[in-house]
Design a protein around this ligand. Structure first.
Ligand code: NAD
Ligand code: IPM
Ligand code: MN
Length: 363
């Protein structure tokens, strides 16, 4: 099959890890006889530097012509002083809104060979396997007003947590659909003891759950959920939550897998191309050093194969190659606990070689 992939590398390590994901897609193309055609667009700081805005029209056009979008990461200290509306992160929020990427799936997977990379004890994290379903185009990130103003002599600031009923309903439905093919359990995370938006969220979760009698629904307050993720992460199967809660909990959850550099994501829409990106950012502290872990980006490409192209076997081949390489003891710096580690490029090479040599993977 032939598929068009729009690539938005962005900034910092975003550029380094998307290169790795492209190499992996090409290796899959070779082995399974598919053609991936790549087109490129600027986003974030890279777009600000050349076009003056974080999301040029031309980038939106490149995305809309594609079957799926692969994104690296945006942001960095260079653009910290630009006005809020022009920050690199605004480019990312704008493309999410523009493509209506409301459902952000962030799976958290335990790899046995990485038990020592996590700061948490093995007995707690062993066999952890859950997925955060993060609402991505509403909530605190997009509500209006969001501004600074003066009230007489007082400086005030406001951000708004705004949702329409349908926006909550569709993400909760996505969570139940996800749970159907997993362990039949949804944990809806909110702050219903304080926020009106969370009270409606809970009501809707209860309503939707009536359509899924076989699936267990529980509600959990977000502060408690942050604690339970460390105390008993095996408790979770599908976690569904508001945009900002999901952002925070997923970075926390990455440490169960060993590193933020291990967590992929899929940002799904009902119409048009979906987008795939690692959970991590541009990592300015290691950018340009060929040191970033490319696995989050590579596993995001696997999610693209699965969710956008229906290529389950190919997605599994990528995931198995990653596991194989980790089992063989290969590590990037973030996973290595100070001992010998591979560069970004060498890690990509190891994964690509494993995909090319299908006998390397023992099921
Ligand atoms: P970050 O995720 O970039 O980095 C946090 C820490 O994790 C750093 O120590 C970094 O070195 C490490 N890390 C991240 N990715 C890694 C990888 N692939 N391999 C090894 N180590 C990795 O978060 P931050 O430092 O708070 O933010 C930096 C910039 O990135 C900010 O401008 C922020 O807005 C942006 N950001 C962008 C995205 C995105 O584009 N999706 C996500 C998060 C943060
Ligand atoms: C993420 C990032 C983004 C978010 C930022 C860069 C806007 O942290 O994708 O997790 O908060 O959604
Ligand atoms: Mn984040």
């Amino acid at each position: 099959m032939t598929k068009k992939v729009a690539v938005l590398p962005g900034d910092g390590v975003g550029k380094e890890v998307t290169k790795g994901a492209i190499d992996v897609l090409n290796a899959i193309g070779q082995r399974f006889n598919h053609q991936f055609e790549f087109s490129y667009g600027l986003i974030g700081g890279a777009a600000i530097d050349t076009e003056g805005v974080p999301l040029p029209e031309s980038t939106v056009a490149v995305c809309k012509e594609a079957d799926a979008v692969l994104l690296g990461a945006v942001g960095g200290p260079k653009w910290d002083a630009v006005p809020t509306q022009l920050r690199p992160e605004r480019g990312l929020l704008a493309i999410r809104k523009e493509l209506d990427l409301y459902a952000n799936l962030r799976p958290v997977t335990y790899y046995d060979s990485l038990a020592d990379s996590s700061p948490l004890k093995k007995e707690y994290i062993q066999d952890v396997d859950f997925i955060i379903v993060r609402e991505l185009t509403g909530g605190l990130y997009f509500g209006k007003p969001s501004e600074r103003r003066t009230n007489g002599s007082e400086e005030v600031v406001v951000d708004t947590l705004y949702y329409k009923r349908e926006e909550i309903e569709r993400i909760i439905r996505q969570a139940f659909e996800t749970a159907k093919v997993r362990r039949q359990k949804v944990t809806s995370v909110d702050k219903a003891n304080v926020l009106e938006s969370s009270r409606l969220w809970r009501e809707i979760a209860e309503e939707v759950s009536k359509d899924y009698p076989e699936i267990e629904l529980e509600h959990m307050l977000v502060d408690s959920a942050a604690m339970q993720l460390i105390r008993n992460p095996k408790h979770f199967d599908v976690v569904v939550t508001e945009n900002m809660f999901g952002d925070i909990l997923s970075d926390e959850a990455s440490m169960l897998a060993g590193s933020l550099g291990m967590l992929p994501s899929a940002s799904l829409t009902l119409n048009g191309p979906s987008l795939y990106e690692p959970v991590h950012g541009s990592a300015p502290d290691i950018a340009g050093q060929n040191k970033a872990n490319p696995i989050a980006a590579i596993l995001s490409a696997a999610m693209m194969l699965r969710h956008s192209f229906g290529l389950e076997e190919e997605a599994k081949a990528v995931e198995q190659a990653v596991e194989h390489v980790l089992n063989a003891g290969h590590r990037t710096a973030d996973l290595a606990n100070g001992s010998h580690y591979l560069s970004t490029e060498k890690m990509v090479e190891a994964i690509v070689d494993t995909i090319a040599d299908d006998s390397a993977i023992v099921n």
